[in-house]
Structures are given as C-alpha cells and as structure tokens.
Design a protein around this ligand. Sequence first.
Ligand SMILES: [Zn+2]
Length: 312
Amino acid sequence: MTDSLQRFMLRGAPVRGEIVSLDAAWLEVVNRHELPESVRDRLGELSAAALLLAATLKFEGSLVLQIHGDGPVALFVVECDASGTYRATVKLREHDRPPSCDADLRDLVDANGKGRFVVTLVPGRSTPGRQPYQGIVPFEGHSVALVLEHYMARSEQVPTRLWLAADAQRAVGLLLQRLPSLGGNESPTPPASAAPIDDDDAWNRMQQLADTITRGELLRLPPEHVIRRLFWQEPLHAFEQRPCRFACTCSRGKVASMLRMLGKEEVEEIVRDQGAVEVRCEFCNLPYAFDRVDCTGLFVEGLSAPAPARPQ
Ligand SMILES: [Zn+2]
C-alpha cells in the first residue's frame, strides 16, 4: 500500500517504530509549488516527519511543524493530524539567490544563526477545553531529522531517531522511539515465548540496524521491504497500516474572515487598484476571488456569512 503509515513494536523490549511512505500524496504538494530541489526535498522530509510524530501522540487535533528561516527559505510549514491527513508549504525569500541543489537545512533556514523551530499542537473539536500548546526551540542540527531528534530529546524527553528522505516522487520516513517501559495503553503484551531483551541493547541494536539504510533504499524500496531489509532478525509486531493523504482545510469562508481582519480600508484600496481581490491558498494554490460586490458584502453588518463561491 502506498501513501501509508505502518507502526510496529519490538516484542519484549520498549522500542517502537513507524514507517511512512508518501507518493501520490507527496505529488499533491510537489505539483502545486515550483520549488528548488533542495527546498522540495527538505519539505518532503518535514512532511514525513510530521506524520510520524503525529502518529506517536495520544492527541486529538493537529500538529503543526514550522521552521522559521533567515536564509533563502523564510518558512517551512507542515500541518497534519493523527489520522494521516497533511498539507505543507514553503515561503521563499524573493530576492535571495535560489539555493544550490545540495543545500542542507542549515543553509536554507539558519544561514545567520536565527533559525527557529516551532511545534504547535492544536486541540481538535472533541477536546474543546484544551489550549493549544506551542514549543519554540532554537535551531540545532543541519538536517530535518537532527532538528526533530533534538526537539524530542529536549522537550518531550523521549529518545527518538528519524531517517528521512524525499525527492520529486516520494517522501519517506522511518522513526524509532524508546519508550519508558512496556505496558502502555498501546503496547501489545509480549508473547510469553519472547525472551526478555536488555533495554539498552535492544534500543542500540535497532538504531544500528536502521543506520545501515541509505537514502536511495528509502526512496526506492516499498516500506515493507525497508522493514524486512533492516529488521529481518528482530521479533517485530506490526500494527495495521493506515492511509495518509493530502488535504487542504482552506475555504472561501476562511478567506473572507481573513479579509475582514485585514480591514475595510485596506480591502477597498486593493479593489480600487486591482478591480478585485484574489487570494491564493498557500498550501493548495486554489484561487479565491472577491469582486467589488463581494468585498462590499464582507463589511456589511449582519452579513457575516461568506458570499457563495463563484466559478473560478
Ligand atoms: Zn488550500
């Protein structure tokens, strides 16, 4: 199955893993943005990583990973939820030279040491009382995997390793995590026949095995082959695969609210200059057009409902 995420556990030891593989769902992002190769690949890695992390959280809502950059890339954003839905975009600094194809993450976003990594958890509708959580950490590491590993070690205090790869066709990620102990809600009871494995040994061994995977193999092999190639001697328990997909949450109503926040004067000025307001969703590139009549309607008291969509 493509566009899927698979979770697994090492039987008898508190080590769990996940592998995510995006192809059609990744092309939805690739085909909507014209990006330099190095930027595209880092966005793919961040997308894979966000889906992996979201699947480890016992949390109803969405996870937003942002990297604010001071180099050629001003912002990377990936939003996803635990059900495997995601969207992603990049904001490039317009006047900078396009980055070279071998630029690493640090070259792209931390050229002057001012890169920041922001993690936001937005509670879902089923948890109305919960407040959004936001963690901001300084930029540490030259790859998406390292930045996230440092974040998980510092903020979540869960030893986590990531192996990520992306190109024009696929975005793939492997995650290993050391759990505090066996017996959590989602940990399967190890079968009685499984010999207890020394914790440190299992964690170190799984990492060493995963370290042998190459970028080429991650991008070329189906996820189940990656798991077999790395851990064929290990007693793994695999959970059901779950699908992943690209979906954008933008709507005409949200754009209308944004224009109202911008203010009547500003919107009127754009209409005067350009005849209409056209806003493109930064994630899915869908255009939303508001003509003079629509714009007037935005600011008529009591008319808070967005104007009906017009054919684009
Ligand atoms: Zn959109």
